[in-house]
Write a protein that binds this ligand. Sequence first.
Ligand code: F6P
Length: 360
Amino acid sequence: MGANKRIGILTSGGDCAGLNPVIRAVVHHARGNYNWDVLGICQATQGLMTRPPQAIELDIHDIDRLLTLGGTMLGTTNKGDPFAFPMPDGTLQDRSDDIIEGYHSLGLDALIGIGGDGSLAILRRIAEQGGLNLVGIPKTIDNDVGLTENSIGFDTAVNIATEALDRLHFTAASHNRVIILEVMGRDAGHIALSAGIAGGADIILIPEIPYKLENVCRHIKKRQDRGKHFCLVIVSEAVCTEGGEPVTQMQQFGECRLGGIGQYIASQIAEYTGAETRVTVLGHVQRGGIPSSSDRLLASAFGVAAVDLIAQGKFDQMVVWQNRQVSSVPIAEAIKHYRNVEADGTMVKTARGLGICLGD
Ligand code: F6P
């Protein structure tokens, strides 16, 4: 099946559950069915930048336990834009040509890049510049890549956040507390909305729907009047203060990261309702762990489809999940359509139907 080829695969951007199952699917199909050589590129594009390029030959016996393994066996990074790469002397250098040279020096016929919209945009620019044959696979717990209903990693993250709500429910009810769960998702509220519905949250705050503290507190009071003296609130990390200020934390490398909105909401609720509040910040727990069955299915389907795209010579494409099947779209189109929560979409309507307060 198919002339002999040598393909590379890399994972780029933040890790998530489901990356290893994609690698497994690609090796199974490319190596097992097409008899191609498969090279796993280490540490995203940095593996192609390094001399000699950092890559490992992957064969069927190397992928034995990948289906259930979290993270990525290839390593990844969400730092260091290759077009302005931070050098040890503190300067920024365009290292894109090194990546292109690395690709060609490995004798690759094509490259599968697994990443979110940021990584895929960078990879596409490099591919265009250097004549690389690129196929993209969308992954991100944020689920914000355009034109695909699901990205790898989202389902596992939602399951973890849902389980956290399930657990918090008991302790909130036992102590009559308002517990706020802060979840990731960057600018999109998909994790909070889905986990909030699945985990029975009373209040869901997402960046796409502006809220008023007055409405949030009224909802808590209404519950108290009905004899429910506890409340579960789930909030996306990118939700702003009521006045519209983003809540961020300065961390290493001078980077400004999202985080802290849960604490803000908690202190406001405490002040206006007198309720006892507690905050749980789920953080990177959402990215780790065993991939859910849905993520394993999606990863397997995407991996197989990406290999088939290469066999058909269809490049500059990203595999997508649409209408219960895998197809592909130009990477440029996917990047153009940032996908956040639709304020009048099914999930928002569902939340409202369930009597969940969205703060508006
Ligand atoms: O994009 C995935 C994501 O987990 C976001 O939800 C979150 O804001 C960010 O990455 C965290 O990045 P880091 O791993 O660099 O802390």
